[in-house]
Design a protein around this ligand. Structure first.
Ligand code: ADP
Ligand code: MG
Ligand code: ZN
Length: 478
């Protein structure tokens, strides 16, 4: 038996911080990055005698996410106390929904190399976040700004079979929470965090193996690496006759290995019980209908619209909508140009990689890119020059029309100007001309290269090639 005889079985627990301006049970701000302990009040600091008051907006956000993920929304859900002590948790319990979550069922369809795969969601529950510890050499400090920030935890069924699928799922999920404006889904700021549960089994086996949990992995890359290394560790251990113990493991970003952290705690350890300070959460059909009807446009809807309005292929439209920031950027830029197809090709070949993991800042303004698309679409510059100009614009956003003019980059479309250069090319390169005449078409590239060199890359390539062919035919009419 070897590694290839095994498959991994993966279930994810994804924590998504809601983008509501206020916390779950008090009026404190949720903005990221404020100085420590400036966004706190007696309620979220758990002073004796204070009482929580549920922020309805958080409930609406959770319902919005649930609807976008095809879940059933529970008419009644409840909050429970999960009791544990840790310095970042002043109450010594976390308010969460253990027994009656707000959403159940649901799914996400993801595109993988082997086609579409449906990853089922077990449930989504609402809960509050804990604070943060800031560790120094010989002491640690507590920042309570995050105490009480609203989260939803999305728990999948163990339907994921590889690291690649896990990443595809997370990307799609992140796109959905961003399209619905439920969260900014930034892994680097902790507004999207992921626990990975993983077991292995022999392919063809129907029962699940014993699972291990890896907590709080904070980038797509680390998720993939943690899965790969944990899969190998479990298979090797089983092959050597060992057994997997159910435990919580830590993924070390430096070594790329996982190491045991603690024995997996069980639900009983937390002494869950319904929070007596909070009533039932009621979501009626009227509220669901209202949220449903105010749902922002999601990626599939945008995709269909782009295909229709700009005559794009399925593939182009899919790529433009895979990320909300990219899609928003395209929508802003397409208003600035009369050449949408040129714009799309600029975005997909040169810009889409810049809308990476957590990067939300557009690399240049939509106006600038629209103007560049016009320069290309109107044959003012050729694609060769376009690429060079784009590079400059990415470093220093400026008016491309002025830049092209100031640097004399306009394309030469005038055959009178090109003719002497074409003649010179034919005269100076007899070997290439001969090769071309003998049917070696690549020789044309050498001749075009000569012309581009003489024109600093500004010749209209289609016109120049036509003229070259004509000049050669004239020279050798056979
Ligand atoms: P807990 O309450 O201990 O966290 P759950 O039953 O809620 O456990 O499951 C947590 C996550 O673990 C879910 O995403 C689930 O899909 C996943 N999971 C459960 N069993 C397995 C298994 N055998 N292998 C891999 N993942 C699993
Ligand atoms: Mg769990
Ligand atoms: Zn507060």
């Amino acid at each position: 038996m070897s590694v290839t005889d095994y498959e991994s079985v993966i279930g994810l627990e994804v924590h998504v911080e809601l983008k509501t301006p206020q916390k779950l049970f008090c009026g404190c701000s949720t903005t990221f990055g404020a100085p420590p302990n400036t966004q706190v009040c007696p309620v979220c600091l758990a002073m004796p005698g204070t009482l929580p008051l549920l922020n309805r907006e958080c409930v609406e956000f959770a319902v919005r996410a649930g609807l976008a993920l095809h879940c059933d929304i529970a008419p009644f859900s409840r909050f429970d106390r999960k009791n544990y002590f840790y310095p970042d948790l002043p109450k010594a319990y976390q308010v969460t929904q253990n027994f009656a979550p707000i959403c159940t069922g649901g799914y996400v369809d993801v595109a993988t190399e082997d086609g579409m795969r449906r990853i089922r969601i077990n449930h989504i529950h609402l809960e509050e976040d804990a604070g943060k510890l800031i560790h120094h050499e010989d002491h640690s400090l507590v920042d309570c700004n995050r105490c009480g920030v609203p989260l939803i935890e999305i728990v999948t069924e163990p339907d994921i079979r590889s690291g690649e699928e896990a990443i595809a799922f997370l990307r799609k999920l992140r796109a959905i929470v961003r399209y619905t404006d439920v969260s900014d889904g930034k892994m680097n700021e902790g507004s999207l965090r992921c626990d990975v549960n993983l077991s292995v089994r022999k392919k063809g086996e129907t029962l699940f193996g014993q699972r291990v949990e890896m907590k709080n992995i904070n980038s797509f890359n680390f998720v993939a690496r943690a899965i790969e290394s944990e899969f190998k560790r479990q298979v090797t251990l089983i092959e050597e006759g060992g057994t997997i113990v159910q435990e919580t493991r830590r993924f070390d970003e430096k070594t790329g290995q996982t190491s045991a952290l603690r024995k997996k705690e069980s639900a009983a350890d937390y002494r869950y019980f319904p929070d007596p300070d909070l009533g039932e959460v009621v979501v009626d059909s009227e509220m669901i209908a209202r949220i449903q009807s105010s749902m922002p446009r999601l990626s599939d809807e945008r995709k269909a619209m782009y295909k229709d309005a700009y005559d794009l292929s399925d593939y182009e439209a899919e790529r433009l909508t895979a990320d909300k920031d990219l899609s928003d950027f395209f929508e802003a830029a397409v208003k600035e140009t009369a050449h949408p197809k040129t714009l799309v090709s600029l975005i997909l070949t040169d810009l889409s990689p810049l809308f990476g993991e957590d990067e939300t800042e557009a690399p240049l303004s939509p106006e600038t890119l629209g103007a560049l698309a016009d320069l290309l679409g109107n044959d003012v510059i050729n694609s060769n020059t376009g690429r060079k100009v784009l590079k400059v614009l990415l470093e220093n956003d400026q008016d491309p029309v002025a830049y092209v003019e100031d640097n004399h980059l306009t394309q030469i479309n005038d055959s009178k100007v090109l003719q002497p250069i074409v003649d010179d090319a034919v005269r100076s390169n007899p070997r290439a001309v001969n090769d071309y005449l003998r049917g070696r078409t690549p020789a044309m590239r050498a001749l075009m290269g000569y012309i581009m060199k003489k024109t600093q890359g500004r010749a209209n390539p289609i016109l120049a090639e036509d003229m070259l062919k004509a000049a050669i035919a004239e020279k050798d009419p056979s």
